[in-house]
Design a protein around this ligand. Structure first.
Ligand SMILES: Cc1cc2nc3c(=O)[nH]c(=O)nc-3n(C[C@H](O)[C@H](O)[C@H](O)COP(=O)(O)OP(=O)(O)OC[C@H]3O[C@@H](n4cnc5c(N)ncnc54)[C@H](O)[C@@H]3O)c2cc1C
Ligand code: SF4
Ligand code: SF4
Ligand code: SF4
Length: 375
């Protein structure tokens, strides 16, 4: 680990992350606070962590070190995962999809994430998976799925819940996975997969390197590509409807690939440039530099694949072993030339992913250096 001159605590997290608007509300600091039972810190009404009882703080520094916006452990993670620019280490890039039509119908892209989870559960290689269930068009919550039905219910971006958007005053596509990881501590689960965005994978990998419980039960990390997440209130919702040119109630599903894609219930599809969506992105996202989920075992996105297929970056030996097993057992299949794959597919995919990774890193640099008045 890098040398730290003095232990920084939650007080420093407030100064360096909350005050400049960089807190992404992942919940890592609150969930894994060493003085959790004493309720030293908790969440304020704005959804951001704050001191509840400063006297109880043990000044251990765990909250500071595991925060995804703090870079103390970044070099250690890069060394551990043999990181190389611009998309991290990987062994292969492929396009794949589920062989299960039920999963494909419900998935965001090719349903590869859900199918590999199904495979791991069926073969009893895991006890459960931390996934994120859609509860409204712009609302998700993390859950621990232990059956095929549960992983299927959390697949994709189709809205099937009973909660209408008008009932919510705040809309967010972000799902605080760290809360579900905290729950694992109280459950009889010893082998878990976590599916998450890059920021939370950073927190998780840092916890694993510091042996913070229960990160030891996380056997596989499935990372989603991530350009940005959105969070806004009712008035911003109306602005967004104007910009998108659609009423939220008419939206069938949404996805991000090269741009923001909205499928409407009447069958129309709209493509919105990502720059247009930036004003609705959370400020923490604009200062986040990881697009391709560089420290996952397997990373997944739609970018670089034909519609209905998922791009998979196979990164670690562990990731490669389960991906190949899922192929062998026919839970997923790879795109070949007869289905529209090109000779240069992997190279084309790498170029696109690299372009997005570089764009995100430059954006983060620009926004991290901004002073508060500019935000
Ligand atoms: C916020 C967000 C931003 C993304 N941005 C991009 C992008 O810019 N470019 C790109 O190519 N791909 C992006 N993706 C990834 C893409 O949307 C698909 O998730 C990925 O291609 C896997 O598709 P699939 O059909 O194989 O997954 P599925 O089989 O549909 O499974 C998706 C899994 O992701 C989980 N999940 C969904 N939303 C969240 C969330 N908010 N937090 C944690 N877990 C979640 C679901 O519970 C499910 O287990 C993004 C995903 C998210 C959630
Ligand atoms: S006890 Fe440790 S983890 Fe909890 S707030 Fe204090 S410094 Fe952070
Ligand atoms: S980003 Fe997460 S760990 Fe960092 S301050 Fe916010 S809630 Fe805490
Ligand atoms: S852009 Fe970064 S901070 Fe925002 S949800 Fe994605 S990974 Fe997390």
């Amino acid at each position: 680990m890098d040398e730290i001159d003095e232990t920084k605590t939650f007080k420093d997290l407030v100064k360096e992350v909350h005050e400049p608007g960089l807190c992404g509300s992942c919940g890592g600091c609150v969930s894994f606070c060493s003085a959790g039972e004493l309720m030293a810190i908790g969440f304020g009404e704005d959804g951001r962590p704050k001191y509840l009882d400063e006297e109880s703080c043990l000044e251990c520094g765990i909250c500071y070190i595991i925060c995804p916006q703090i870079s103390i452990l970044d070099q250690d993670l890069k060394d551990t995962y043999h990181w190389v620019s611009p998309v991290g280490r990987f062994k292969n890039i492929v396009s794949a999809r589920s062989t299960n039509p039920e999963i494909r119908k419900n998935a965001t892209d090719g349903g590869v994430v859900t199918s590999i989870l199904h495979f791991l559960l069926e073969k009893k290689m895991i006890d459960g998976a931390v996934v994120s269930k859609k509860t409204a068009q712009f609302a998700r919550e993390p859950m621990i799925a232990t059956s095929y039905e549960e992983v299927l219910s959390a697949a994709g971006s189709r809205f099937t819940g009973i909660c209408g958007v008008e009932e919510l005053s705040r809309f967010s596509t972000y799902s605080p996975t760290m809360f579900a990881i905290k729950e694992i501590t109280n459950m009889d689960l010893v082998k878990i997969v976590v599916v998450s965005t890059p920021c939370q994978v950073h927190t998780l990998r840092k916890m694993q390197s510091l042996h913070v419980v229960p990160s030891h039960v996380v056997k596989f990390v499935f990372g989603l590509f991530c350009t940005e997440n959105f969070s806004f209130d009712v008035s911003k919702k109306r602005d967004m409807e104007k910009i998108l040119g659609v009423n939220f109630d008419d939206i069938e599903n949404m996805n991000i690939r090269e741009d923001f894609i909205i499928k409407q219930k009447n069958g129309d599809t709209k493509h919105i440039p990502l720059e247009k969506m930036e004003e609705f992105a959370r400020s923490a996202c604009l200062a986040c530099s990881d697009f391709a989920n560089d420290f996952a075992d397997l990373s997944f996105g739609g970018l670089g694949s034909p519609e209905g297929w998922t791009t998979v970056l196979i990164r670690t030996d562990l990731g490669e072993a389960i991906y190949q097993d899922a192929i062998r057992h026919r839970f997923i299949e790879e795109l070949d030339k007869s289905q529209g794959g090109s000779d240069n597919l992997a190279q084309e995919q790498l170029e696109k992913i690299s372009e997005f990774a570089n764009m995100k890193r430059e954006r983060a640099l620009k926004n991290k250096n901004m002073d508060d008045n500019e935000k």
